[in-house]
Design a protein around this ligand. Structure first.
Ligand SMILES: NC(=O)c1ccc[n+]([C@@H]2O[C@H](COP(=O)([O-])OP(=O)(O)OC[C@H]3O[C@@H](n4cnc5c(N)ncnc54)[C@H](O)[C@@H]3O)[C@@H](O)[C@H]2O)c1
Ligand SMILES: O=C(O)CCC(=O)CC(=O)O
Length: 352
């Protein structure tokens, strides 16, 4: 029998396909926009300039200062650029860092957001904004934060470096794994989670072998859209809590931290969520923690927190922070077991 559920559908419009960035102008005007502020990281400035040039007068300006974890001082500078340009909407071209900046602007002035998503992080389809101020990362959720239109053009991901593709893909897979055992999961979110995992499991090894293969890039973007939608639709648990702690308080890189932690958080929860996780375990050879570990190793993912700059001496403090405030998780949060999990992740040991 299907258990009773409540599912709030996100309102974002998705335009998917090779060459779909050519529909950006239509997406801007469809939102009533006449003057878009284009956002990017410094690294993607050239792409953003090229796309802005194709928009003609619809592009009112370019702010290329997006950085990871959405620092509030960067948002304030982008807000000033928005005002100076006389903009009436934002176009974020990039991954979670650029999309986070667009969300932070919209959170403050309700600007319509059009996103051209170029990694697999999934932020473009969530009503979640994480921002950093005075060394503290806080997260807010709200309908005004969800971008209105998302364009997925696999051609724009052909140059995403393989190492970022791998970590970002595992970041997306983590949304799906946690979505499968979420307290507020429903049949649709679980279906999207399993299909997202399947698509990324198929695509990532092919991207490692042939980074410019449009079919596997397309499959990976499709999988990341599904996994991101799951993140936006249901609650997350231990895995995301650990990664937010490690990113927010120890400045570890976002996607890479997700990649290292995922096999360990999945192993921690496996016995407490056997039925919910079964479709994922089946995909990865029966045992989810070790299966994900072997998969991550096979595609060259980072495997150990120590390789990301985490100090062993900080593991006690990280465990305290990650267990300090109670939150729901399928297996109770046990201090000693979480400390052991972090030790294994720091060493890069294979979970059993
Ligand atoms: N709020 C949410 O729902 C949510 C979800 C996931 C991640 N995030 C946030 O997103 C940030 C991380 O995002 P990310 O992992 O996508 O990394 P990112 O956006 O920082 O991108 C990583 C690097 O890759 C470059 N890049 C991106 N796409 C490229 C492409 N197609 N070709 C070449 N280079 C490209 C970027 O310019 C950047 O230098 C973190 O701040 C994280 O907290 C938020
Ligand atoms: O940092 C944020 O913007 C929130 C990130 C989030 O909830 C998903 C993630 O950790 O990948």
């Amino acid at each position: 029998m299907v258990a009773p559920f409540r599912y709030t559908v996100s309102a974002a419009q998705v335009i998917f396909g090779s060459g779909s960035v050519s529909r950006l102008a239509e997406a801007i005007t469809g939102q009533g926009g006449k003057r878009a502020l284009i956002l990017s990281t410094p690294h993607q400035k050239a792409d953003a300039q090229r796309i802005a040039a194709s928009l003609g007068p619809l592009a009112a300006g370019l702010f290329d200062g997006a950085v990871m974890h959405t620092p509030v001082d960067v948002t304030e500078r982008a807000m000033a650029a928005y005002e100076k340009a006389g903009a009436d909407c934002v176009v974020a071209i990039g991954g979670g860092s650029t999309i986070g900046l667009g969300k932070a602007i919209a959170y403050r002035n309700d600007a319509p957001q059009i996103v051209v998503a170029t990694t697999y992080a999934g932020s473009e389809v969530t009503p979640i904004l994480g921002q950093t101020e005075n060394g503290q990362k806080t997260t807010v959720r709200g309908p005004g934060i969800l971008p209105e239109v998302v364009i997925y053009d696999p051609e724009l991901t052909l140059g995403l470096p393989v190492n970022i593709s791998v970590s970002s893909g595992l970041n997306a897979m983590a949304h799906a794994v946690e979505g499968l055992y979420a307290q507020d999961r429903n049949p649709i979110s679980s279906m999207m989670a399993v299909e997202g995992l399947r698509a990324l499991k198929q695509a990532l090894p092919q991207i490692v072998n042939a980074p410019r293969d449009i079919e596997s890039r397309s499959e990976a973007l499709y999988g990341s859209w599904l996994c991101g939608t799951v993140l936006g639709a249901v609650g997350m648990a231990l895995h995301h809590k650990l990664c937010h702690t490690l990113g927010g308080s120890f400045d570890l890189p976002h996607a890479e931290t997700h990649a290292v932690i995922l096999p360990h958080s999945a192993a921690y929860n496996a016995a407490a969520a056997t039925d919910a996780l079964k479709p994922a375990a089946d995909l990865f050879g029966g045992s989810l923690g070790s299966g994900l570990y072997d998969f991550a190793a096979s595609i060259g993912a980072p495997m150990a927190l120590r390789d990301l700059g985490m100090k062993e001496a900080d593991l006690d403090h990280a465990a305290e922070l990650a267990t300090g405030n109670p939150y729901w998780n399928p297996r109770p949060i046990e201090g000693k077991a979480i400390r052991a999990l972090l030790q294994s992740a720091w060493e890069g040991a294979r979970p059993r």
